[in-house]
Write a protein that binds this ligand. Structure first.
Ligand code: AKB
Length: 311
């Protein structure tokens, strides 16, 4: 890790905010540069404005700062991405291809590409979804991420670029509210439980989706990026699984701590996206290749979220 300099794009988001801090602990504050298109709400020691759509600036930034690894988190998520599919493609895919070219030309050591359970679609097996399955995503987000995975693999095979990726499930955390996703309800519910003792869910009861608690998201990301390349058998992205939950299961668990808490349901356009996704994920390849193992289940996640946010 000696001499490594890390760039995060989209660092103000739910994952980037926490990953910046974890990477700073490993590589030192001066060696981790968090970037985004807006200033962060809390001060990060090294932050710069960087628009990834400007590939010349991105290239110059990487050269000037002697960047050796990029964690490319900038993207529009499943729900927000549907508002302007052409722009979502430009941001999630075109900008990524440019980054891969820069990575090849500047001989970056590693690139991290976050993919998603959104690459799966209605034809994918709903339970224990295998690593290699049917990919017919229903959103531009899913299409852009799956295509991104194929290009990661292509750049690895053709140019030897070390690209690694994870198919993140819904991510639950308490520092930053996610925006623009379909799994956001699993975070919003805690904020509303704290503020209003009630939550009006935009998905209907019975909608079970794969989720993961942020400490496990950090663990998976860092373990993958620090694994010996010889143990990595795919440059697409690995399935990883934490636990599955539905809004009413989550509400019942929260209610065991906050008896006055109530949930109601008012499904919107996100229901169709959720219905196209799968319920649980087979992550045996990640377990085999780099010993992946999630620590949190729904019960321990809710206990910790309540302790961190409410009690
Ligand atoms: C979303 O809901 O769009 C994301 C995801 C599962 O990738 N959280």
């Amino acid at each position: 890790m000696e001499g490594d300099r890390i760039l995060l794009t989209g660092a103000n988001g739910q994952i980037g905010t926490e990953l910046t801090i974890e990477l700073q602990k490993i590589y030192g504050e001066d060696n981790v540069i968090a970037t985004d298109i807006r200033e962060p709400s809390e001060r990060i020691s090294r932050f710069e404005i960087l628009d990834i759509l400007d590939s010349s600036k991105l290239d110059a930034f990487i050269a000037e700062n002697k960047i050796s690894q990029v964690y490319h988190l900038a993207a529009l998520l499943s729900s927000k991405g549907e508002e302007n599919p052409a722009f979502t493609w430009k941001l999630n895919f075109d900008a990524y291809i440019k980054l891969l070219e820069i990575g090849r030309d500047r001989q970056l050591k590693k690139i991290f590409f976050p993919s998603t359970i959104g690459i799966y679609g209605p034809t994918t097996p709903k339970r224990d979804t295998p690593q290699n399955s049917s990919f017919e995503p229903a959103t531009v987000y899913g299409i852009s991420k799956f295509t991104g995975e194929l290009w990661s693999d292509y750049f690895n095979k053709r140019y030897g670029l070390d690209v690694r990726g994870l198919r993140y499930p819904g991510v639950i955390s308490h520092k930053v509210r996610p925006a623009g996703g379909t799994t956001d309800f699993a975070v919003e519910i805690f904020f509303d439980a704290r503020e209003k003792s009630s939550y009006n869910c935009y998905l209907k009861a019975g909608t079970r989706l794969p989720m993961m608690y942020m400490p496990d998201v950090m663990k998976a990301t860092l373990e993958l990026m620090h694994a010996d390349r010889s143990s990595i058998s795919t440059s697409m992205a690995y399935n990883i699984h934490g636990f599955s939950l539905s809004p009413e299961e989550l509400a019942a668990e929260i209610k065991s701590y906050l008896p006055d808490f109530e949930i109601s349901y008012n499904p919107d356009h996100r229901q169709a996206i959720a219905d196209s996704w799968t319920e649980s994920i087979d992550d045996s390849l990640a377990r085999r290749d780099w010993s992946w193992n999630a620590e949190y289940d729904m019960t321990s996640m809710v206990k910790d979220m309540i302790e961190q946010m409410i009690k």
